[in-house]
Design a protein around this ligand. Structure first.
Ligand code: ADP
Ligand code: MG
Ligand code: ZN
Length: 494
C-alpha cells in the first residue's frame, strides 16, 4: 500500500480514443430502397426490410460503400478488398430485428490518420484503427412532460453509418475537440455526411482513461455517451478525467462502464457496466455476401476525390498569394472555398477579395444565420462590387453602403435588383476621381477659410481633417478621398 500522502503526488495523464458514427448522406437506406430523411412523419419511411419482417432480405446500397471508401481513402487508410458484414445481437425497443448489421473482424477500412491543430501548437496526428459500415437503429421518443408513453420511430432504421474508431492517441479534451472539428470538416468536404450533430448525423462516444505520467500500460477506461456537441464532448471528458483522477488519488479504482453525459447537470452518470464484444454474439451475416471491392473501383474513387482542405489551403497560399491565416479561414468549408474561387474567376485582387469575404460577407452570413447556399448574393455580384472599388468608380466607404443595400434587397421578398451597378446608379453614388473637377473645389475651400489655413500652416496639423471634410461636403461625399488628400497637401504644405 502506498500512503495517501504519496498517492497525492502522482500526476495522471489522460488517454482518449473516440468512436464516431457518421450518417452517410445517401438518398436511400443501406439495405433497402426507403428514403433517408430527417423530420418526416414517424414510421413513414419504412418497409419489410428495415422493419426486419420475417423473410425480408437486405440488398447492399452501392453508394453507401462508395461514401465509406471516400472517407477511408481521404484519411490514408486502406480499403480492404474483402470485408464481411456481421450481426451484432442485442435487444432494443428501436431495433426491431433484434440485431444490427455491422462489420466486426473484417471491416471495410483499416488504418489511416487525422491531423489536427490545437491553437497555435504544431500539428498533431491521431491514428485510426478502423472504419466500418453499419446500419443505424430507430429512435425511442421518450415522454415529454404530461405524456406517459415512450414511442418508437423506425424511420432511422437502416440509415447507413460509418463508424470511425481512433487509436487512443488523444491526450486532452482539447485535442479530442480539435480532432472532431477536422473529422467533420473532412466528412463535409467529401460530401458523405452533413456533420449536423443536433440532428444526430454525427455522434461521438468518447473512451477515457488516465494513467500515471510515464506509465506504459493503459488505465481502465470508461465510455461517455450522449454528448450532442463537440464542446459537450470536451466538457464531458474534462469532468470524467477529474472524476477518475480524484477516485484514484483517494485510493479507489476506476470501473469499466458506459456513462451518460447530462449536459444540464454537467455530469456523467453510469448507464450500464461495459459490455464486451462477446456479449453481442457476433456472427457473419448469412443474408449478405462478403463485400468485395475491386482495385479498379478503389482507383476510380481515389481519382474522383475532391481537393481536401489541407491541399486546398496550400494551393490558395501559392496560387493566390494570400496570407496563410486567410487561406485557413477561406478553406474552412468547401462551399466557402468554392465561393472565393468563383469570385477570383471574375476579379483579380486576391487579397482584397480575401479580406472582403472574411469581414463583410461572413459577417452577413453570421448576422442572418444563413448558409452560403441560402444567401442570394453570389460571387458575380461580389466580384462586380469589388471591381467598382478597384477601378475607383466608388470608394471603399461607398462600397459598404452599396453592399448593405444589396443585402437588404437580396433578402427581402420583393423582386428588386441587387446588382451593385444598378444600386450605385440609383443611389447616385459615383465617386469623382477627375482632378479637373476637384481642383477648383479644393482651391475654393482654401480661399474661403483663410484663418484655418494660417492656423494649419502655423502648426495645427489636426486642421487637415477640417479641409478634407469641407471638400467632401462640397462634393456631396463623391470626391475620391485619396485625390482630395493629395491635392490639399500639395496646396497647404507648399
Ligand atoms: P469497444 O468500445 O466497442 O469495446 P474497442 O475496444 O475497440 O471497442 O475500443 C474503442 C475505443 O476505445 C477506441 O477508440 C480505442 O482507442 C479506445 N480505447 C481503448 N482502450 C482505451 C483506454 N484504456 N483508454 C482510453 N481509450 C481507450
Ligand atoms: Mg465502444
Ligand atoms: Zn426500408
Amino acid at each position: 500500500m502506498v500512503s495517501s500522502a504519496q498517492t497525492k503526488e502522482i500526476i495522471y495523464q489522460p488517454v482518449i480514443g473516440l468512436e464516431v458514427h457518421a450518417q452517410l448522406q445517401t438518398e436511400t437506406k443501406i439495405f433497402c430502397g426507403c428514403k433517408v430523411a430527417y423530420g418526416e412523419d414517424p414510421n413513414s419511411l419504412t418497409c419489410p426490410i428495415c422493419l426486419g419482417l420475417p423473410g425480408a432480405l437486405p440488398v447492399l446500397n452501392k453508394r453507401a460503400v462508395e461514401f465509406a471508401m471516400r472517407m477511408i481513402i481521404a484519411v490514408g487508410g486502406s480499403v480492404n478488398e474483402r470485408s464481411v458484414f456481421a450481426r451484432k445481437n442485442y435487444f432494443y425497443p428501436d431495433l426491431p430485428k433484434g440485431y444490427q448489421i455491422s462489420q466486426f473482424d473484417k471491416p471495410i477500412g483499416t488504418g489511416g490518420s487525422v491531423r489536427y491543430n490545437v491553437g497555435k501548437e504544431p500539428e498533431r496526428i491521431c491514428r485510426l484503427t478502423r472504419i466500418h459500415l453499419e446500419e443505424d437503429a430507430g429512435k425511442s421518443l421518450h415522454p415529454e412532460a404530461g405524456e406517459s408513453q415512450t414511442r418508437v420511430d423506425l424511420n432511422r432504421c437502416g440509415t447507413p453509418l460509418i463508424e470511425i474508431v481512433s487509436e487512443p492517441d488523444l491526450a486532452s479534451p482539447q485535442e479530442a475537440y480539435a480532432y472532431l472539428v477536422r473529422l467533420k470538416q473532412l466528412l463535409q468536404y467529401l460530401q458523405v455526411c452533413t456533420g449536423d450533430m443536433e440532428k444526430g448525423h454525427l455522434r461521438c462516444d468518447a473512451n477515457i482513461s488516465v494513467r500515471p505520467v510515464g506509465q506504459e500500460k493503459l488505465g481502465t477506461r470508461t465510455e461517455l455517451k450522449n454528448m450532442n456537441s463537440f464542446k459537450g464532448v470536451e466538457r464531458a471528458l474534462t469532468f470524467e478525467i477529474d472524476r477518475q483522477v480524484k477516485l484514484l488519488r483517494a485510493g479507489g479504482e476506476v470501473e469499466q462502464a458506459s456513462l451518460l453525459w447530462d449536459e444540464k447537470k454537467q455530469m456523467a452518470e453510469p448507464m450500464r457496466s461495459k459490455e464486451e464484444s462477446h456479449d453481442y454474439r457476433y456472427f457473419p451475416e448469412p443474408d449478405l455476401l462478403n463485400l468485395t471491392i475491386s482495385s479498379e473501383w478503389i482507383e476510380k474513387v481515389t481519382s474522383d476525390l475532391p481537393e481536401l482542405p489541407e491541399t486546398r489551403k496550400k494551393r490558395f497560399v501559392s496560387e493566390y498569394n494570400i496570407r496563410e491565416y486567410d487561406a485557413v479561414v477561406l478553406t474552412d468549408s468547401r462551399e466557402l472555398a468554392d465561393f472565393y474561387e468563383q469570385v477570383m474567376n471574375q476579379f483579380d485582387d486576391a487579397q482584397a477579395a480575401a479580406n472582403w469575404i472574411q469581414t463583410e460577407y461572413l459577417k452577413t452570413l453570421n448576422d442572418l444565420k444563413i448558409s452560403i447556399d441560402q444567401f442570394p448574393v453570389r460571387p458575380k455580384q461580389v466580384a462586380s462590387l469589388l471591381g467598382l472599388v478597384k477601378s475607383g468608380k466608388i470608394s471603399g466607404k461607398m462600397a459598404k453602403t452599396v453592399y448593405a443595400e444589396m443585402v437588404s434587397r437580396a433578402t427581402d421578398d420583393t423582386e428588386s435588383d441587387f446588382t451593385p451597378e444598378v444600386i450605385v446608379e440609383e443611389l447616385g453614388l459615383v465617386q469623382v476621381s477627375d482632378e479637373s473637377t476637384i481642383v477648383p473645389i479644393v482651391e475654393k475651400i482654401i480661399a474661403d477659410n483663410e484663418p484655418q489655413v494660417t492656423a494649419y500652416r502655423g502648426g495645427k496639423d489636426k486642421l487637415f481633417g477640417f479641409f478634407v471634410g469641407q471638400v467632401m461636403k462640397e462634393t456631396k461625399g463623391q470626391a475620391n478621398p485619396e485625390i482630395v488628400n493629395r491635392l490639399l497637401k500639395e496646396r497647404l504644405d507648399s
